[in-house]
Design a protein around this ligand. Structure first.
Ligand code: C2E
Ligand code: CA
Ligand code: CA
Ligand code: CA
Length: 278
């Protein structure tokens, strides 16, 4: 069921028999929520192991509801899409994230997740453009993360919607690479600046030579095409070593940090932007 996907905390775990009821309740709470209040953004560092600097932060949505407590984005983001209210969430999150990122004194980029419905909507891209312009945050320091599936299903549309953002310098990252259609041939056809290799690959690196070979091939292809490659979900020093050995130096994962609330993220940036983290 939806509640057990991706290994996220299970909502209403004591009520296995009523997950549908749980889903309904969550949806109702989402509809009734004061989203301006209840939505927060956490930030997860993306570290360049060459320089030891935190080069970017991924914005990750958090929903803290008075009735439900914290609900995983893996649950409420798809629910918001199905309910047709994702645009509201996306714009609130973008506004909040840009406000925080604008206060950073470093040139750290902000990586922001967009869902399929955001790209399909006739209004959301315009709203996002207005928010970015108003924020004063340089679009050159902004990255949109779009999943492989979204990009493939809506290839023409995605291209068209993203063009004005790209013209301003916003970079596009292909998210969760390796979990969708995963055709290497597609990479060169897509208007992407970055590719994020899914953490599923990382957990297999130590045990499976084939995973190392595949990741090595992806990293080489990216470097050939001048696409920046980020590896997600690096948790251990061993994994870090393997990933670096395969040629990738942009790392995101618990090894460096979990996603952090605003104050801690700001603190992390102050402490780590100039320090060597190898
Ligand atoms: P994602 O975009 O692939 O984000 C990375 C997820 O992996 C995050 O989960 C992050 O906390 C987790 N993660 C990072 N490093 C590690 C690690 O070393 N080990 C493990 N086990 N996990 C790690 P999170 O924050 O629960 O988000 C889940 C998903 O929800 C995201 O996956 C994304 O698809 C979606 N999401 C989150 N925020 C937003 C948002 O603002 N908009 C949209 N459209 N989707 C969002
Ligand atoms: Ca992402
Ligand atoms: Ca991802
Ligand atoms: Ca993922």
């Amino acid at each position: 069921s939806k509640f057990h996907s991706k290994g996220h905390p299970v909502l209403f775990s004591k009520e296995h028999e009523s997950t549908i009821l749980g889903q309904r309740k969550m949806e109702q709470c989402l509809i009734d929520a004061n989203l301006e209040e209840e939505l927060q953004v956490h930030y997860q560092p993306i570290v360049d192991t060459h320089s030891g600097r935190t080069v970017g932060m991924e914005a990750l949505a958090r929903w803290n509801n008075p009735q439900l407590g914290f609900v995983s984005p893996a649950q409420f983001i798809p629910a918001a899409e199905n309910l047709g209210i994702i645009s509201k969430l996306t714009t609130i999150l973008m506004e909040k994230a840009l406000k925080v990122a604008s206060s950073w004194t470093t040139d750290t980029y902000l990586s922001f997740n967009l869902s399929a419905s955001d790209l399909a909507s006739p209004e959301t891209p315009l709203k996002l453009m207005a928010i970015i312009m108003r924020s004063g945050f340089s679009p050159k320091r902004l990255v949109f993360e779009i999943t492989e599936t979204t990009m493939m299903v809506n290839f023409e549309r995605a291209n068209e919607v993203l063009r004005p953002f790209r013209d301003l310098g916003v970079e596009i990252a292909l998210d969760d690479f390796g979990t969708g259609y995963s055709s290497l041939g597609y990479i060169q056809k897509m208007p992407i600046d970055r590719l994020k290799i899914d953490r599923a690959f990382v957990s297999d690196l130590e045990a499976k030579k084939i995973s190392r070979d595949i990741m090595g091939t992806i990293v080489d292809l990216c470097s050939h095409l001048e696409i920046k490659c980020i590896v997600e979900g690096v948790e251990t020093h061993k994994q870090l070593e393997l990933v670096q050995l395969l040629g990738c130096h942009l790392i995101q994962g618990y090894y460096y940090s979990k996603p952090l609330p605003t104050d801690e993220a700001n603190e992390f940036l102050k402490q780590n932007t100039n320090a060597s983290m190898n």
